[in-house]
Design a binder for this molecule. Sequence first.
Ligand code: FE
Length: 138
Amino acid sequence: MSEKLSKTEAEWRKELTPEQYQVLREKGTERAFTGCYWDTKTPGVYRCAGCGEPLFSADAKFDSGCGWPSFDRPLVEDKIDEHRDRSFGMLRTEVTCGRCGGHLGHVFPDGPKPTGLRYCINSVSLKLEPEEGNRPGE
Ligand code: FE
């Protein structure tokens, strides 16, 4: 398991953009269909925008139609933490980066088989590292 990364909120505020801070540290949600990755099909690995930990493979990404990048499984199970979230009068499962604790989004039980899961993740919480040959300029 990776080492936990802990930073003060002041440090995070300095490192992250205001949009990243609002989602990763304050559990905000970007508006559907506005993030930079909801429709991305480029092969590669999605890393945590807070700490750089690899979290999802583009292989696990599917077109959910919900307006946020959706994955049917994490890259490595124990790199993502789950929490019960009762905000907004709903019972949901929040997912956070196992390394830095940054808010990523939620996981829902309505994904495709075989996992049946939909990790609905904010684009702003992710940074895509395109596979070799898919990087701009190659
Ligand atoms: Fe992280």
